[in-house]
Design a protein around this ligand. Structure first.
Ligand code: PMP
Length: 445
């Protein structure tokens, strides 16, 4: 009997006792390739010596100082680094402890911005179906993952959801990418007009969708059109790059590839690479100026925000990525991964879609490629794949489709940025075996 409440109460989990590079070791002496970075977290792999050294060094100086009394050199330096590398205009940094906290802060910043500007009537948040923004109540309200939200609905603030940009499922046969981008973005304009343009605070979206779709990039120009629509109505654009950001797609920020800069951007996971819990909101000069010339205060705060140990980890992780030119490796290995996935699954009867960017890629599973019909959710194909993969010494991140039946189970592959091509080959080989075994297992009941 364990006193620790696990996510899945009856699950019997292996005990992780060590990690090195892209591998994790358990108490039984088994080795697992960490091909999902946990959940797209461990971008430098495990036990990176430079990060460990930076953490020891910070621990020798000071582990904690409350941010209402002190700032620290390490938090200031991290903010400088993030601001210097941020998309244009995002020159200010708010440090928190994770992705959900970052989203909560971004939503409140967006609301306070309009209060400072004398538009307190603005109260609506628009987001997308099949999205995930975190598990705290505000973030859960913004998210559009029905499975995660359903039982908590009575506690959630009112939010409004439009369809995601999901070419594989929602683009019509014969519809060009351009026409689809126009139609998908039009849904936002229609929703803003329906709610009243002067009533809407912000639109929130993941630049590349993660947890609810594996790794789902938008079609070309969709986000540019979204940016234009937000500007037309004075609505703020919040891009959630908690999962897809900090180099995972091959550029530091995924939105760089879209040619779009948001007003607020959330980052976490790869920011600290799992060495410490850390997240951040990058905010625009416009929002910062409204606070600075208004109340002079952001009405928010957490005990562990700007934590020196977390800042030290993130600074070290980001310095190693830059020094070792790891984004170049993400792009090269991303291409290799894409080729290997296409070799292995391109003609697979049960793989409908292979998608993603950089080292953020996914396969979506279907019972039949021609009908795109998902597997029966009761079969829990994703859980079977996870179990088979772990049995094969492989960590990938499989998730179920959404309960409205509009998408299939999918598997996210998000290995550390230090992966080599032989690692990618081993990952795809083991994944192939796990997928086939899981489907066989599901069919035989
Ligand atoms: N936003 C996105 C896009 C995420 O993928 C996640 C976590 N999977 C979160 C927010 C929440 O982050 P955390 O689990 O660190 O609270």
């Amino acid at each position: 009997m364990t006193h620790l409440l696990h996510r899945s109460i009856k699950a019997r989990l292996p005990v992780a006792v060590g990690g090195k590079g892209i591998e994790i070791f358990d108490q039984e002496g088994r080795t697992y390739i960490d091909a999902s970075g946990g959940a797209a977290v461990s971008c430098l792999g495990h036990s990176h010596p430079d990060v460990l050294a930076a953490l020891h060094d910070q621990l020798d100086r000071i582990a904690y100082a409350h941010t209402s009394f002190f700032t620290t050199d390490v938090a200031e330096r991290l903010a400088d680094r993030l601001a210097a590398d941020a998309p244009e205009g995002l020159g200010h940094v708010y440090l928190v402890s994770g992705g959900s906290e970052a989203i909560e802060a971004a939503l409140k910043m967006a609301r306070q911005y309009f209060v400072e500007k004398g538009e307190p009537q603005r109260r609506h948040i628009i987001a997308r179906r099949q999205s995930y923004h975190g598990n705290t109540l505000g973030a859960l309200a913004a998210g559009g993952n029905e499975w995660r939200r359903a039982q908590f609905k009575p506690l959630l603030i009112e939010t409004h959801h439009i369809d995601p940009c999901y070419a594989y499922r929602l683009q019509k046969p014969g519809e060009s990418d351009e026409a689809y981008a126009v139609r998908a973005a039009q849904a936002l304009e229609d929703k803003i007009v329906e709610l009243g343009a002067d009533q809407v605070i912000a639109f929130v979206a993941e630049t590349v969708v993660g947890a609810t779709a594996g790794a789902l990039p938008p079609v070309a120009d969709y986000l540019k059109r979204i940016r234009t629509i937000c500007d037309r109505y004075g609505v703020l654009l919040i891009l959630d790059e908690v999962m897809c950001g900090m180099g995972r797609t091959g550029t530091l920020h995924a939105c760089e590839q879209e040619g779009v800069a948001p007003d607020l951007m959330t980052i976490a996971k790869g920011l600290g690479g799992g060495y410490q819990p850390i997240g951040a909101v990058l905010l625009s000069d416009r929002i910062f100026d409204a606070f600075a010339s208004g109340s002079g205060f952001f009405q928010h705060g957490h005990t562990y925000m700007g934590h020196p140990m977390a800042a030290a980890a993130a600074l070290a992780v980001q310095e190693v990525i830059r020094r070792d030119d790891l984004l170049q490796n993400v792009r090269a290995m991303g291409e290799h991964l894409s080729r290997r996935l296409n070799d292995r699954f391109g003609n697979h009867h049960n793989v409908g879609d292979i998608r993603g960017r950089g080292l953020f890629q996914a396969i979506e599973l279907v019972t039949d490629r021609s009908t795109k019909a998902p597997f029966d959710p009761a079969l829990k194909l994703h859980a079977r794949i996870k179990q088979e993969a772990m049995g094969n010494g492989l960590m990938v991140y499989p998730m179920g489709g959404t309960i409205d039946g509009r998408s299939g189970d999918h598997v996210l592959i998000a290995p550390p940025f230090i992966a080599a091509s032989r690692d990618i080959d081993a990952i795809v080989e083991r994944l192939g075996d796990a997928v086939d075994a899981a489907i066989e297992d599901a069919r035989s009941g």
